[in-house]
Design a protein around this ligand. Structure first.
Ligand SMILES: CC1=C(/C=C/C(C)=C/C=C/C(C)=C/C=O)C(C)(C)CCC1
Ligand SMILES: [Fe+2]
Length: 372
């Protein structure tokens, strides 16, 4: 096969080989794109819609809140109730329920032993995180908050890159600009509402979050938001600037437990589910035809059993811990599942079309090459 040392016309052979390889490369990239993203252009289109929907829901929360809900939600029992956060977490739970299938979709874990190893690794990592949470709750909660900033922010950076069909670049300021608002703003701007909850989740955790730590994190987040917004403005991405503005404003204006509940279900989870629908090769045909319902139905079926298992484990834990233990139990389960979930999502970001494992160019092949 290797003709590099062929004594006869090596230059012409080499050129022909290169042309053939380029053609194969391009066809492979196209096939990969249509397998994974539901047909050329469909993945980005789905992500654009999901992005617009999440921005609209947060925008609606921001505008309706002062008009209708403000007096109610600022009233003491509602503003510091964990209920909206728990409800949002519950609604968003399925976004992590098909994590174990993702490596198989991207072609890395189709064989049964590999799939079993993925499942075992997932369960083992969750178990280790749960042990850490039970042994050192305050320190573990702090680690969980940092992990949340990175997971939320990297998720949005990857989402934006996939929507544009380019390689994801995890710029630290970009990650902090998107991951900071849902975590840092509640801690820094709403301590009266958040601190009692943090103490209920893990006694002693607020002592670690000193005023200086919060002020420093707030400053860095504000800087990251400003830099990212200016960078996007310079590139003419006014839509992204508006979305970042809405995301930030929601966490400044709306009390945190409410803002976080809406954010988790309608922004983080919705966007991630859109990426999952585009990544599942079995959705390619229906998504190419513009039919979303079969893809959603397939996702619902795949997510049902793992979501059910988590809910039953959670119910057992609450029953064991009693009503006072509900919040710590909820967060212990959440923190335990977040660690393997964040690892799988980081893996997805690296292996999606256009990710660093792919060739060093946009996810979709250039328009001039091999267009039908
Ligand atoms: C503990 C706590 C909070 C933080 C919750 C976080 C950070 C959840 C992260 C979930 C993740 C990362 C899920 C993965 O997809 C709030 C809302 C600030 C205030 C109430 C107490
Ligand atoms: Fe997530």
């Amino acid at each position: 096969m290797n003709t590099r040392h062929d004594p006869i016309r090596p230059d012409r052979r080499r050129a022909a080989d290169q042309r053939r390889a380029e053609g194969q490369d391009s066809r492979r990239a196209e096939g990969r794109d249509s397998r994974r993203a539901g047909g050329p252009g469909y993945g980005p289109r789905l992500l654009r819609r999901a992005g617009a929907a999440s921005g609209l829901v947060l925008g609606a929360t921001l505008t309706l809140y002062p008009l209708t809900l403000y007096p109610l939600a600022l009233s003491e029992p509602v503003s510091s109730s964990p209920l909206p956060t728990l409800l949002g977490l519950l609604l968003g739970l399925p976004h992590g329920a098909v994590d174990h299938l993702v490596p198989g979709w991207l072609g890395s874990a189709r064989r049964l032993p590999v799939r079993l190893a993925v499942l075992l690794g997932y369960a083992g990592t969750a178990g280790a995180a749960l042990c850490a949470f039970l042994a050192r709750p305050a320190a573990a909660l702090l680690g969980f908050l940092v992990l949340s900033v990175v997971h939320f922010g990297a998720g949005d950076e990857a989402f934006r890159a996939e929507r544009e069909g380019v390689r994801p670049r995890l710029r630290p300021f970009g990650v902090l600009a998107y991951g900071g608002p849902p975590v840092v703003l509640p801690l820094a701007l709403w301590p009266e509402q958040v601190d009692p909850l943090l103490e209920r989740v893990a006694a002693g955790s607020t002592a670690l979050l000193t005023a200086e730590v919060r002020a420093g994190a707030l400053l860095l987040t504000a800087l990251a938001i400003t830099v990212t917004a200016l960078r996007d403005l310079a590139r003419g991405r006014r839509g992204d600037v508006a979305q970042l503005g809405v995301l930030t404003a929601v966490f400044v204006v709306v009390p945190p437990t409410c803002a976080f509940g809406v954010y988790f279900a309608a922004w983080h989870s919705l966007r991630h589910v859109a990426r999952l629908l585009a990544a599942d090769p079995a959705n390619a045909a229906c998504l190419r035809e513009g039919r979303l319902a079969p893809a959603l139905w397939r996702f619902a079926r795949q997510a049902a059993l793992p979501t059910g298992i988590v809910l039953v484990s959670f119910a057992l834990l609450v029953w064991y811990a009693g009503p006072a233990g509900t919040l710590p139990a909820a967060f212990a389960v959440l923190a335990a599942l977040t660690l393997p979930h964040a690892l799988v999502v980081a893996w997805l970001d690296r292996h999606r079309p256009g990710g660093p494992r792919d060739v060093d160019r946009p996810a979709r092949p250039p328009a001039t090459r091999n267009r039908r």
